[in-house]
Design a binder for this molecule. Structure first.
Ligand code: SF4
Ligand code: SF4
Length: 97
């Protein structure tokens, strides 16, 4: 297991089933996106390729660690922090790694 996976396993989430805080603004843009840097950039693997033409990406927002990086790499991604009480709750100390 690599370092990032070691760290991610200590995160705890309170999932908001009613609101997806990471979305793609225009899926047509994704269809024509050749680099698809979201697939490799996100440290938590939120963005996955989908075979469906209408919905070229799956967005596994429930495993988002709220680093905010996707806002920087693609202006077709709309990231907001989860509402209060939802999302990443806490991380146990690094000394446990
Ligand atoms: S979200 Fe952005 S980087 Fe990812 S496929 Fe769509 S346009 Fe490309
Ligand atoms: S905020 Fe970070 S972890 Fe969440 S989807 Fe964006 S890049 Fe991935």
């Amino acid at each position: 297991m690599n370092k990032i996976d070691d760290r991610l396993k200590f995160l705890h989430y309170q999932i908001d089933e009613d609101w997806q805080h990471v979305i793609v603004i225009d899926e047509a843009i994704c269809q024509n996106c050749h680099n698809k840097q979201c697939l490799t950039f996100c440290p938590s693997g939120v963005f996955r390729e989908n075979k469906e033409k209408k919905q070229p990406l799956l967005i596994l927002y429930k495993q988002c660690i709220e680093c905010g990086g996707c806002r920087l790499i693609c202006n077709n991604i709309d990231f907001s922090y989860p509402k209060g009480g939802y999302g990443v709750l806490f991380m146990e100390g690094e000394e446990q790694l």
